[in-house]
Design a protein around this ligand. Structure first.
Ligand SMILES: [Zn+2]
Length: 258
């Protein structure tokens, strides 16, 4: 059997969409993907990320507070966050960032909690996984000022313009593309993806969300990352096998997965 390179740098297999068949789904992924990072967004999901990583040898955990819930960030949460990120199978702080589309927490609180968790990631020598929506300028400004430490950050489900992308190129920031690059109305995004350096690109599903074409309407799952990878390889003008080896290797080094 040939070596498996395919990985999913951003999944939510903890999501309630998988409550009915989680174990079967995960069992079916074994052998199709080399590894998956399950991302938390609040306390229960972060706890479950670590629990899944303990249970399955090809799942790793990211833990953190999403901007939606940043109003819930308190001392109690941070105490538990520090315990979870000390776990040997936790590979990132995430997902964290800014979301001005839904504005479910006040923007000032979102920024404060984002900066706080960036500091924690640096202190603990972990990379940060960034969610940003309708907040491109503030996200860029905060990362420019506050991203420190040697591990850097990844913009998950990359959806920035070519102009924004270029601003990040002198920083320790990588770009993870999701099923959104397969969407019909995503010409501008596909153009930006062409400009992502191959050695700074990752692939992800963000499952159960962002199901790639041609599976729209169905629950997304980590194995559908293959369709996103094929589209991304085409955008970069390289062969699929070569793309996988490069892009999946990038992510493995970035997250320190052996
Ligand atoms: Zn996510």
């Amino acid at each position: 059997m040939s070596e498996i390179f395919l990985n999913d740098t951003h999944a939510h297999l903890n999501d309630e969409a998988f409550d009915g068949d989680r174990d079967e789904v995960i069992a079916s992924l074994k052998g199709k993907l080399r590894w998956i990072i399950n991302n938390g967004y609040d306390l229960p999901s972060s706890e479950m990320s670590v629990a899944l990583a303990e249970k399955y040898d090809f799942i790793y955990a990211a833990v953190g507070m999403h901007p939606h819930d940043s109003r819930l960030y308190d001392e109690e949460f941070e105490k538990r966050l520090l315990e979870l990120l000390a776990h040997p199978r936790t590979v990132a702080v995430g997902e964290i960032g800014l979301d001005y589309h839904y504005d479910l927490s006040e923007r000032d609180i979102q920024k404060e909690v984002f900066i706080r968790q960036l500091g924690i990631a640096a202190q603990h020598h972990l990379p940060a996984t960034i969610h940003t929506r309708d907040a491109a300028e503030d996200t860029y400004r905060i990362l420019r000022e506050h991203l420190s430490g040697e591990r850097g950050a990844v913009l998950h489900s990359f959806s920035q313009s070519t102009e924004m992308l270029k601003l990040y190129l002198d920083m320790n920031v990588c770009f993870s593309v999701s099923g959104s690059i397969t969407f019909k109305n995503a010409d501008k995004l596909r153009e930006a993806v062409r400009h992502i350096p191959l050695d700074r690109m990752f692939i992800e599903t963000d499952c159960p969300y962002l199901t790639p074409v041609p599976f729209r309407g169905k629950r997304n799952c980590s194995d559908l990352v293959e369709h996103t990878a094929r589209v991304a390889a085409e955008l970069k003008g390289v062969e699929y096998e070569y793309f996988l080896e490069r892009v999946c290797g990038n992510a493995e080094r970035f997250f320190g997965i052996a």
